[in-house]
Design a protein around this ligand. Structure first.
Ligand code: B12
Ligand code: SF4
Length: 487
C-alpha cells in the first residue's frame, strides 16, 4: 500500500521561507512504522510538482493534502482535481488547520472524498485499514466525508493522543537540502536551518487564533531527553546552524525548558535556536533560567504582543497587559535575547486612536531596546476564532465555499475596521520610520560598512525627528527611500 502526501504552495509568489512539511511528516511516521510506503511531494521546492503527483499516484492508493487557510486551498484543489480526473477511484483526503476548522465546506467539495479533523497520525493508520478492506469509514473518529446522498457525514471527534506515543519525524522522507537551498537562493539566508516541533496544542485561547477551535486546549510535549536527542541528531546529520521550534507553545512547561536547555549544553552540540514565547512566560522565568536559555543557543524570542492598548488586549483575550511586554523587553535586553514581536492592527471594533496607541507603544519598545524587532499584520478573520465571530456580528461576511477561502490572506482581505489609508500609515510608521529611527545591531553594522554612510545617518536623524514629534504628514523620507530601494 502507498500513501502520497502533497503540500501545496503557500502563496502565489513563493515568497515564504520554507521548511520541511512537518504536518505530513508527522502523519507519515506511524504509517511507515507499519510498513506502509509514503511519499511526499512539496510544491514549494519541487517545480514540476503537478506532473510529479500524477506520476506518483499511479501506484498510490490515497492522496493526502495538507492545507492552511489561504492560497494552499487553490493549489491543493487544482492538484486534487487533476488526480480525481486521472484516477477517479482513488481516495483524496484533506487535513490540516483549514479542513479541521471547516470540515463541512471542505468535504462538500467534489474534488475531495474525506477530511481528517485534528491529529492526522491515528486517522491515517485507520484509513490504511479502510483501504485494506478491514474498516468502515463510519468507524474512523474525527473523519468527515460525503455520504453518497450529497450530504456530509461527521464522525465523532477523536480525543487528542499524546505525541509521545508517535515515532520521530521522518526527515529522511524529504530532501532537506532542497529547503536549505531554497532559503539561500530566494531569501539570501546563508544559515543552514530547519524546523522541528516538540509539542502539540496550546492551553491558551487568544481570540484571534485558530488553534483552540482546531485542536482544543490540551498541551502535550515530548520529554526533554527525547527533544535533546532528536534535535542534536538533526543538527549533526544536516550540519545545521539553527533550529526553529514550530510549537504553538514551546515554553508551556518551565521544567521541561530547563531540562532541554541543560541537555543542549551537556550534549556539546552547538547551534542557535528560536521559539515562540508569550510575554507573560518571559516575565515568569527566573534570571538564571533565562541565562541558561541564552547560553544553550536561544538568541531570539518570537512573541505575540498584538497591541499596546490594554482595552484591545482585553477584547482579544490575550491574557496579559501592555506592561508585560515592556517588562519582557527589559528582560530580553538584560539577557541579550532579541525580542521579536508581532503586532496586529484592525481588530473588530478597534479604533484609530487605539491603533495609534499601539504605534506609540512600539516606539517605547524601541527606546528600551533598539534591537527589538516588530512585525506588523492586519487582523484577518480566519475561520473558527472568537474575533471572527465578533466580526460576523458586526456584519462581516465570510466565504461560503472551500474555493472561496483560496485568496483569504492579510493582503487581500479588506475588513471594515481599518481603511486602506490607515493601513498605509501603519506600515509607514511601523515598518519604515521606527526601524530607521532606532536601527538594530544588524542595521548599525550595515551602515558602518556602507559607502553611503552620511546618507544613512541623514535618514536616521530625519526619521528620529518624525518619531519623536509624531508628525508623519508629507512623508518625503519614505518616498525617497522607496526610490532608492532602501525599503
Ligand atoms: C510552520 C508554519 C507555517 C509555515 C508552513 C508550514 C511548513 N512547515 O512549511 C509557513 C511559514 C509557510 C506558514 C505560513 C502561514 N501560516 Co502558518 N504556521 C506554521 C506553524 C508554526 C506550524 C505548523 C506545523 O507544521 N505544525 C506541526 C504539525 C505536526 O502539526 P499540524 O500542522 O497541526 O498537522 C497535524 C494536523 O493538522 C494533521 N494534518 C495536517 N495536514 C494534514 C494532511 C492530511 C492528509 C492529514 C490526514 C492530516 C493532516 O495532522 C498533523 C499531525 O497531527 C503553525 C502554528 C502551529 N504551531 O501549529 C502556524 C499556523 C498553521 N499558520 C497560520 C497562519 C495564519 C499562516 C499564514 C496565513 C501566516 C501569514 N500571515 O502569512 C501563512 C499561510 C499560508 C497559506 N495560507 O498558504 C495559522 C493557521 C490559521 C489557519 N486557519 O489556517 C497557524 C495555526 C498559526 C496560528 N496560531 O494562528 N505557516
Ligand atoms: S496565539 Fe499562541 S498563545 Fe494564543 S492561543 Fe494561539 S497558540 Fe496559544
Amino acid at each position: 500500500m502507498k500513501f502520497l502526501f502533497f503540500f501545496p504552495l503557500t502563496n502565489k509568489n513563493k515568497r515564504h521561507k520554507v521548511s520541511p512539511p512537518l504536518s505530513l511528516m508527522a502523519c507519515a511516521a506511524p504509517l511507515r512504522e507499519q510498513g506502509i510506503e509514503v511519499e511526499i511531494v512539496d510544491a514549494r521546492v519541487q517545480p514540476g510538482y503537478r506532473r510529479e503527483v500524477l506520476e506518483r499516484m499511479a501506484d498510490a492508493d490515497l492522496l493526502g493534502v495538507s492545507s492552511m487557510t489561504g492560497y494552499q486551498i487553490a493549489d491543493g484543489l487544482e492538484v486534487s482535481a487533476a488526480v480525481k480526473e486521472r484516477y477517479p477511484e482513488k481516495m483524496v483526503v484533506w487535513g490540516g488547520y483549514h479542513p479541521s476548522l471547516l470540515p463541512e465546506q471542505t468535504a462538500a467539495d467534489a474534488r475531495i472524498d474525506a477530511v481528517v479533523r485534528g491529529q492526522g497520525e491515528p486517522s491515517c493508520l485507520e484509513l490504511a485499514e479502510h483501504l485494506d478492506g478491514g474498516r468502515e469509514l463510519a468507524s474512523i473518529e474525527g473523519l468527515s466525508y460525503r455520504d453518497g446522498d450529497g450530504g456530509v457525514q461527521h464522525n465523532p471527534p477523536r480525543r487528542i493522543i499524546d505525541i509521545k506515543e508517535f515515532p520521530p519525524m521522518p526527515y529522511d522522507l524529504v530532501d532537506v537540502e532542497a529547503y536549505i537551498d531554497f532559503n539561500r537562493r530566494v531569501h539570501g539566508d546563508q544559515r543552514r536551518a530547519v524546523s522541528y516541533v516538540s509539542s502539540f496544542g496550546c492551553p491558551h485561547a487568544c481570540g484571534f487564533c485558530s488553534n483552540p477551535e482546531a485542536y482544543g486546549r490540551k498541551w502535550r510535549g515530548l520529554n526533554a531527553e527525547r527533544v535533546v536527542a532528536e534535535v542534536t541528531e538533526l543538527v549533526e546529520r544536516y550540519r545545521l546552524d539553527r533550529v526553529y521550534f514550530d510549537d504553538n507553545n514551546f515554553f508551556a512547561s518551565r521544567r521541561r525548558v530547563r531540562e532541554i536547555c541543560q541537555g543542549f549544553l551537556d550534549s556539546g552540540v552547538r547551534f542557535e535556536w528560536f521559539a515562540t514565547i508569550r510575554p507573560t512566560q518571559v516575565t515568569a522565568f527566573e534570571d538564571e533560567d533565562l541565562e541558561l536559555i541564552r547560553e544553550s543557543g536561544c538568541t531570539k524570542f518570537m512573541m505575540g504582543a498584538e497591541s499596546g492598548d490594554d482595552q484591545v488586549l482585553e477584547l482579544i483575550e490575550k491574557g496579559g497587559e501592555a506592561a508585560d511586554v515592556i517588562e519582557a523587553t527589559e528582560i530580553c535586553r538584560r539577557h541579550r535575547i532579541q525580542p521579536s514581536y508581532v503586532f496586529i492592527f484592525g481588530f473588530p471594533t478597534e479604533t484609530w486612536e487605539q491603533m495609534q496607541t499601539t504605534l506609540g507603544f512600539m516606539k517605547r519598545l524601541k527606546e528600551i531596546y533598539a534591537d527589538t524587532r516588530t512585525t506588523t499584520l492586519f487582523f484577518t478573520p480566519y475561520p473558527g476564532t472568537a474575533l471572527t465571530r465578533l466580526g460576523q456580528q458586526h456584519g462581516y461576511r465570510l466565504p461560503d465555499t472551500l474555493a472561496g477561502w483560496s485568496d483569504f490572506d492579510a493582503r487581500s482581505v479588506k475588513t471594515p475596521w481599518i481603511s486602506e489609508a490607515q493601513k498605509k500609515k501603519v506600515k509607514q510608521v511601523a515598518d519604515f520610520y521606527l526601524p530607521w529611527a532606532y536601527p538594530n545591531q544588524l542595521a548599525r553594522e550595515k551602515v558602518a560598512r556602507s559607502r553611503v554612510k552620511p546618507l544613512y545617518r541623514l535618514f536616521t536623524l530625519a526619521c528620529r525627528a518624525r518619531v519623536k514629534s509624531g508628525f508623519y504628514s508629507l512623508p518625503w523620507e519614505w518616498h525617497l527611500a522607496r526610490k532608492l530601494h532602501l525599503t
